[in-house]
Design a protein around this ligand. Sequence first.
Ligand SMILES: Cc1cc2nc3c(=O)[nH]c(=O)nc-3n(C[C@H](O)[C@H](O)[C@H](O)COP(=O)(O)OP(=O)(O)OC[C@H]3O[C@@H](n4cnc5c(N)ncnc54)[C@H](O)[C@@H]3O)c2cc1C
Length: 443
Amino acid sequence: MDYQGRVQELNRAFTGGGGQTVRLKKRTTSNLFRYHGRRSPAEKRISLSGFNHVLNVCEESRTLEVEGLATYGQIVAATLPRGLVPTVTPELRHITVGGATVGIGIESSGHRDGFVHDGLVEADVLLADGRVVTCSPDNAYADLFHALPNSYGTLGYILRAVIRLVPAQPYVHIRHQRFHTVREYLAAMEDAVRRGEDDFIEGLVFGRDALYLTRGRFTQRATTAPDDIYRTIYYRSVSRRTTMLLPTDQYLFRFDPDWFWNIPDTGLYRLFRRLAPRRLRSSAFYNRFTGLRAKARESLRIRPDTRTEKLIQDWEVPWTGAEQLLDFALDRVDLAGQPWAAVPIVPQSRATLYPLKQNTLYFNLGSYCLIPRVPGKEADFHTRIMDEECLRLGGIKMLYSSSFFDPATFNRVYNGSAYDALKSKYDPDGVFPTLFEKATGLR
Ligand SMILES: Cc1cc2nc3c(=O)[nH]c(=O)nc-3n(C[C@H](O)[C@H](O)[C@H](O)COP(=O)(O)OP(=O)(O)OC[C@H]3O[C@@H](n4cnc5c(N)ncnc54)[C@H](O)[C@@H]3O)c2cc1C
């Protein structure tokens, strides 16, 4: 069945809400990470899992036509052999193009190409009333197009997208450089952005004295034997090596085999790393495994872990606030030896619901792990203090994880008035949850 056939089949099956809230059901694992489960009993699930095909790679226009639930693993497998990759490729193979567009995908190419959604050319969106409309920056649905980023499926679901591609080469040559002060580190990162010579810029910060800046450039030929991230632990190599050469596919998904730094470097896992087939060395597998383990613990009534808390979040501040945010994070949050991830990012457009300034340098800071809990403090203490500091510095945080904002703050930060108008226009009956409900779990 082709794309149009799938749309017709969906039209027959999708009958709107009928008083229920509708949410997405899919086959691949989700990267939405709420600390507490929040599914409402009145929820109806709509399966879009069939919309997972790569439709067309156009080398001439450097664009890709792809269905919304295709993963970046599939996308890169289709485009890289033709010397092209998306402008921004999220680092986990199973993130989908639809999910990353509505959920603010970022990567180390963000200093040139902004966010995932900045590479969107047009999209077909399933609306709450069952219509499928094509939106682009300058057609009758331009308001929807500009509101897709940070909408998390609350205005409609992307069934098909056309995205921009950029030229790629078979390898990425990487240099890791250590810095010993926050100020020098950020100056070097900013300088790298201004020079514009690198294809990829990012950082891992292990502590005040161990700040690593990683710069990558595409290269056509391997002058030495390439490294292999399935034989090493990538994030550990950053502090142990000064240069690396990775096949481009491995570079793009360098954090996938160890789910960033969430797979412990202990006996059993070492054995797993050595023996498991590569397809199991993926964040999708670990994601499922930890989900099943959590369910098993729950059904066996094993007491929840009260010694750790989740800190899985991303914050963006204007570059002028970068030093303060990083200082605050290093002073106030103990990641127990795990790194902070840092990315310079220059938004290429103004997204209605993620209102950052276009063509302006921002500093993205992320934490993707469990950390020690402060005795006597609530389980989301560190998320709350980081959120507060980020907002104080004029920044914004991504909403793929838990959020604890009150409605007034939420509306101020995420352009609530524009959202309300769009929600009334595209989902007047509330078939999909609101962004506030989805992000905070509150009504
Ligand atoms: C541990 C972790 C690591 C992450 N790492 C990265 C990273 O390396 N790079 C990066 O860019 N981002 C990263 N993210 C953020 C991630 O890009 C977003 O959470 C994104 O929304 C996930 O997309 P998904 O395809 O996994 O969709 P899901 O997690 O299944 O869904 C995310 C949200 O998008 C909605 N949605 C999904 N598909 C569609 C669609 N077709 N149309 C409309 N709405 C849709 C869902 O309803 C849901 O609200 C990470 C998140 C986590 C929790």
